[in-house]
Ligand binder design. Sequence first.
Ligand code: HEC
Ligand code: HEC
Length: 321
Amino acid sequence: MKKFFKIILAVVLVVVLLLAIGYCFIAIKGIPSYTAQTVTVKVSHTPQNVERGLRLASVLCIKCHTGNNSNQLTGREMFDMPPEFGKVYSSNITQHQQYGIGKWTDAQLVYFLRTGVKPDGTYAPIWMPKFVKMSDEDLFSIIAYLRSNHPSVQPAEAVTQKCEPSWLAKFLCNVAFKPLPYPEAPVPEPDTNNLLAYGRYLVAGRFDCFPCHSADFKTVNVFEPEKSEGYLGGGNLLLNEAGAPVYSANITMDAETGLGKYDFEQFAKALRYGNSPHGPLRYPMFPYTILDDLETKAIWTYLNSVPKIKNDVSKKYTSSK
Ligand code: HEC
Ligand code: HEC
């Protein structure tokens, strides 16, 4: 019997030792690096493209990259990131040669925005979105804006603070979060005459509505968005400016728990002006004032085609207390 306990003890010790080694290994190794491929892109820097890119960046980049007390994209602390990932800072992406992205080529920027891998091989995980389904024209126009003479991207001497990822973030980057593959073929423009296809593109490609509006960022399927858990059914835990929970809304057409009882006008007011039938919408949902009528109509058409999900998001507030 004594021998039996000795064996058990030895096994437990070995397991504890292995776990400790694993823990230290991840803590020291940190977020893995990769090799950035060289790709060729042709960005056209016309005034029209700069304008188009500014419009997209105003909803896709500026909220995270604008510095505190600054009108420029100098980076800031991401207070609205889940604290279990550690301390996260967005980068200075002005044209400064040393502190910003002045030295990056257009191709390096495109490669990073698609995959998450920087020119030096370091990888930006979940806290920096990847624009996988965005058309080349849309993505390239954002680059044109970053290179333009718009005041928000002129060289600013602000040092990007280094992210301090938690052990959990490092662990997830070793087992789950990996760079996304670079598209093998050009990503075409959507057909704007087909409202359904255009709407799908807007929700899953151009404006990236679905990661926030599905069940959880960790179960989002970027390649086949509809396969994300709870696709557009809301309930994803997000944080407001003060770090308090705000759950994303169910934007399927379920009559009781989604948008099923809204008419188009009510939907458009909520989406474009943050004015929902049940009151003003809170951060991190902000008014998409830049949307034009066709985009709004297309998103509505597409949302009407998505399978309804019954998910009463309001219940989450009480159950989490
Ligand atoms: C949800 C917040 C968020 C949004 C939205 C966002 N970023 Fe970022 N971005 C970050 C964070 C955080 C980092 C730092 C990542 C790291 O170093 O691990 C980053 C890093 C970068 C970098 C790398 C800079 C460097 O020097 O390492 C570039 C370039 C960049 N973002 C461009 C963009 C562009 C362009 C957009 C819009 C199309 C955008 N980002 C949208 C949060 C965001
Ligand atoms: C950063 C995450 C995020 C993104 C991106 C986002 N949303 Fe939201 N959205 C939310 C949150 C959180 C709420 C709930 C706000 C509240 O309860 O006050 C919300 C609320 C809404 C509502 C109001 C629902 C209601 O019950 O009145 C609509 C409609 C909506 N979003 C549509 C969209 C569409 C369409 C897009 C893309 C163009 C989008 N959202 C992008 C987080 C996001």
